[in-house]
Design a protein around this ligand. Sequence first.
Ligand SMILES: [Mn+2]
Length: 392
Amino acid sequence: MYKLLTHNDLDGVGCGILAKMAFGPDVRVRYNSIASLNREIEFFLENDSKETFLFITDLSPNEENESRLNEHYSEHGNIQLIDHHKSALHLDDYEWGYVAVEDIDGNLTSATSLFYEYLVSMNFLEASDAISEFVELVRQYDTWEWEKNENQKAHSLNSLFYLVSIDDFEETMIERLSTNAHFDFDEFEKRLLNMEEDKIERYIKRKKREIVQAKVRDYYAGIIYAESYHSEVGNELGKEYAHLDYIVILNMGGKRISYRTIHDHVDVSEIAGHYGGGGHQKASGSTITDEAYKHYVLDTFHLEPIQEDAKRNRYNVKNSTFGTLYKNRKDDTLFLYPQKENWVVEQNKKVVGQAFTNFEEAEIYVKRNFEAWLVKDDLFVEYLIKEVKNKN
Ligand SMILES: [Mn+2]
């Protein structure tokens, strides 16, 4: 017998699908949240037959279970953990651990892509075009490479995953991958997915108007409450509010936090680690511990949402040699303009901050410290007219 403990997201379930295709009725698959994995490991060690071969994919045990698994392995030798999370790299040192964040060509891996490679190399599963295509879609979604590649199909696969139950998804995919030469959606799914993509877009628009910002420990965070579409919300808000180091997505019902960043200078797996969680450099998670509750909920609940920049301006535009005008809730005016090699910021006509080497730096300063937004053209024109009058 085989047993697979894996994550309950698309990448984790991708592993479950491959396991069932490889081992058929000889494998039992359990899908877990990050929090429930350790319970399942303990159950396995205490109750399962010593003959059962255990796979763990896309998740990693806590320290205590790490050593219990190692003990079990030295007695029975039937454990294989496969993961691609940076926070699990220490497990690669065990004979039973295989953790790789990148493959030999430097491409980011996913649990499904690593497990597929493993099953094929061990002759447990025969490779096919359909399976390879499916695995690649999962990998691109999980590593977020789909966005740079504009691979909408990878995004749609994840949307479909959340539209149906895990059981239904599993069954449909196993059937499709076993019978079709290539992987594709059927006509009904395509229509459904179009509607779903529109729905996600509207959801994100709403979240853009609810986000608050706060400096938490060393970094500027954008904080939002959301139950669904965490990766999409994190990515879109990260781009819209690029002056923030990372985005925190609170799921109060599930008592969980997702951390996302689009930047390279922040490692959100470290931030999640501070609150007892883990994950990747750009995507991670933790539970809402008392400290996380204080930092992200209690200390920020009274804050007003960030105001979006004016979107349809012709005159008050970013990086303009005529200067760019911002405003905040206290009605301060913040004027950014180039002077010689640098950019200068005036708050209510007084120069503040240092000289900035480019517009982007000046804007980050203004958005972080004054929570200011780009004002509409009419206010900008009014401001300039007053300036001219004052000079005369
Ligand atoms: Mn994964």
